[in-house]
Design a protein around this ligand. Structure first.
Ligand code: 3H9
Length: 666
């Protein structure tokens, strides 16, 4: 099948792109578009051209899968030049999403018409790139420097109505009449003739660009691409078009060859791949989830409920004690109201969401739920008791999910007479914000239960990853391999601040000790101040419980901003002195080798044991659940970049047992 065809409508030639799934600009599409333009130019009876797409969307960008292959002619630039310099007007007819190279294609048409539901944008920055086919040079000419800078560096698409306001499109079509409206528009433009974007003057100046950088400094920390995007837009304000294009090309190639874009492109595919469950029938029938039950109205249960309420799915939330139930429901309302105050919801929406929440003190009220998620205290005995009760109460076919973050889902399932209906759904705190959902597949979990849990995750806006049953699943299992050596490094002379800084400089949102303080040092503490066996015991014995009481590894102010604590350091030093380990200077490199390399190693073990389907799933877990910097592509991608040989050598030097599969790669 040809990916580009042409159709004659009297004096208008319509070029139609059909390259599923997203009409990406694969080489044959570039060729087809170029041929289409040549056909129009070679036929005197053609007076104007329309470019439109079949399928669900206009061109959604360059074909990302081609980026790692040898370049194929024609280059996108050649095709676009042929379009822009055409002596007959070309009209882009846009529906769905015109993204990246797709939007750049429309910029090389002379006029643009879009369906009202269309979206237009240059999301390259999210792939660690910039619009490399003239987007950074043409957008400032069409929509102005400020809007171009925001579009390129931010990457979010704009809806058609806004695009019309900005001058990005010239006209809106009817929602169902784009093809006809575009032809009519093309005929109108015959008299006007072509209008090449490159010939327009740049609108505005670069004076606002520094302010954009300042406003986004935190968000863009560590990323190269947003700054490169801005540099190109700025270049458009001072260089003639051709020189601006050359500047853009150089910057694009720098990003394309760099590791950040490779990591971000890896994550684009990893995220989509994670949704796929190996070995499952494609046509599996999902169970219908119309009503959800959540057990536990604490931080987790409340956060989990909010996900469903926000999607209009009714939730019954159960607590054991009225006071806790009231508090939990109150927190949900407070969170929604805070979002409403920021303009994210209307007060009607808040009331609708709260109206869909049924608080209850009885598990019996879960009888008609299609999915019940247990988010109670992390104790096997408690969970087994809850699941035993659910088994008696819930309707046949209901999915019984545990939000456990460590425990054996098979043992929990065995407390019921229907282990095939039991699955882990491990949310990450704050559960209404964090995008990761680990879906834990028990030995007996039915295929349709697993698929429904994954699909439900997607429905509530999560990125769901399948994990196997093991202590801590994928994420927390790997987390624990960095926690123990971090503690050991304190005994050898490093400070919490030094170790945390290595992690935050790496790009993590916080280091191991900042994370411990956030979680609470007293979780799992034996509560006997006289029994001091670890640094944690020593801190707890001194009433240092973490952020919750303003002091842990760090001291916290009223806004929970932490600073190094002389008291904590003294406690650590006192405990350290009892360990008889010589105090020494610890290098940042050693901290990386002993806290990050073991995570990569554990990832290999997880794969060996079949607890993750694929390495890229592990990367997805760490990026969406723990804030691993996306420009480093997750621990497995980063491990490969770092070099397996280097990692194995370091792990062995530090006396850490290396996974066989990692050794084999070294
Ligand atoms: C660019 O344009 C560079 C230029 O400036 C310069 C060049 C010189 N290529 O997301 P979905 C696949 S950079 C190849 O699930 P949706 C995707 O992997 C590009 N494949 O669908 C998936 O495959 P599978 C700038 C692509 O409906 C399938 O299509 N553009 C591409 O939820 C369905 O995707 C972008 O960054 C691609 N460009 O969302 C836009 N895009 O089924 C990237 C998708 O095997 N794309 N695939 O898993 C998107 O944002 C979404 O795909 C879109 C549809 C919104 C279009």
């Amino acid at each position: 099948m040809q990916s580009v065809t042409t159709q004659r409508h009297d004096d208008v030639l319509v070029i139609i792109v059909n390259n599923p799934p997203v009409n990406a600009l694969s080489w044959h599409v570039r060729q087809g578009l170029k041929d289409g333009v040549a056909e129009a130019l070679g036929d005197a009876s053609v007076k104007a051209v329309v470019i439109r797409c079949d399928g669900s969307t206009f061109i959604a960008g360059a074909d990302i899968t081609e980026f790692t292959q040898a370049p194929k002619e024609p280059a996108l630039g050649d095709t676009l030049d042929a379009m822009e310099t055409s002596s007959k007007p070309i009209i882009a007819a846009i529906h769905g999403t015109a993204l990246g190279g797709g939007l750049e294609t429309t910029l090389c048409c002379h006029y643009r018409i879009a369906e009202p539901s269309a979206k237009l944008g240059v999301p390259e920055v999210k792939l660690g790139l910039l619009p490399g086919a003239g987007g950074t040079q043409r957008l400032p000419r069409l929509v102005g420097v400020e809007a171009a800078a925001a579009m390129c560096a931010g990457g979010d698409p704009v809806p058609a109505a806004k695009a019309l306001e900005m001058g990005l499109v010239d006209r809106l079509a009817g929602e169902d009449s784009l093809a006809a409206d575009a032809i009519a528009f093309a005929r109108e433009m015959i008299a006007k003739g072509p209008r090449a974007t490159r010939d327009l003057p740049v609108k505005g100046d670069a004076s606002g660009i520094e302010a954009i950088k300042a406003a986004n400094a935190r968000k863009w920390k560590g990323f190269d691409a947003p700054y490169a995007n801005l540099a190109c837009v700025e270049a458009a304000t001072r260089l003639p078009f051709d020189e601006g294009m050359a500047f853009e090309r150089t910057e694009f190639m720098k990003l394309m060859m760099g590791s950040q874009s490779a990591a971000q492109r890896h994550m684009f595919f990893a995220e989509r791949q994670a949704a796929k469950i190996d070995g499952l029938a494609k046509d599996i029938q999902l169970r219908e989830i119309k009503k959800v039950g959540v057990i536990g109205a604490g931080t987790m249960g409340g956060g989990i409920s909010m996900n469903f309420l926000a999607k209009g799915i009714p939730v019954t939330i159960v607590e054991m004690v009225q006071e806790n139930l009231d508090r939990g429901v109150g927190v949900i309302r407070k969170n929604y109201e805070a979002s409403a105050a920021k303009g994210r919801f209307t007060s009607e929406q808040v009331e609708a969401m709260m109206g869909a929440l049924t608080p209850s003190l009885s598990l019996d009220d879960l009888a008609d739920c299609d999915l019940v998620i247990e988010a109670v205290y992390e104790s096997m005995d408690v969970k087994k008791e809850v699941f035993g009760k659910l088994d008696a109460i819930c309707k046949p076919g209901a999915i019984l999910a545990s939000n456990t973050s460590y425990l054996d889902v098979d043992e929990i399932a065995a407390a019921t007479s229907r282990p095939q209906d039991v699955v882990g759904m491990h949310f990450f705190s704050p559960a209404n914000v964090m995008k990761l959902l680990e879906v834990v597949r028990g030995a007996k979990t039915a295929d349709d239960v697993l698929s429904t849990a994954m699909a439900t995750g997607k429905r509530i806006g999560k990125v769901a990853v399948v994990a196997g049953v093991c202590h801590g699943f994928i994420g927390n299992r790997m987390l624990s391999t960095r926690q123990a050596p971090a503690m050991q490094l304190l005994l050898e002379g490093a400070t919490p601040a030094q170790i945390d800084k290595v992690h935050t400089d790496f790009g993590m949102p916080m280091g191991p000790f900042q994370m411990s303080d956030l979680a609470g040092l007293d979780i799992g503490w034996h509560r006997d101040p006289s029994k001091i066996e670890t640094i944690r015991d020593a801190l707890c014995a001194a009433d240092r419980f973490g952020q919750k009481n303003g002091k842990g590894f760090y001291d916290y102010d009223a806004k929970r901003v932490g600073t190094e604590s002389p008291e904590a350091l003294a406690i650590i030093e006192k405990f350290r002195a009892t360990s008889n380990l010589p105090k020494r200077d610890i290098s940042d490199q050693e901290i990386i080798e002993r806290t990050l390399y073991p995570m990569v190693n554990e990832g290999y073990k997880i794969l060996e044991e079949g607890k993750a389907q694929r390495a890229s799933d592990i990367d997805v877990v760490w990026i969406y659940g723990y804030g691993w910097p996306v420009y480093r592509g997750g621990p497995m991608f980063w491990g490969a970049l770092e070099g397996e040989g280097k990692i194995v050598e370091a792990l062995e030097r530090h006396g850490i047992a290396v996974a066989d599969s990692l050794k084999a790669k070294a």
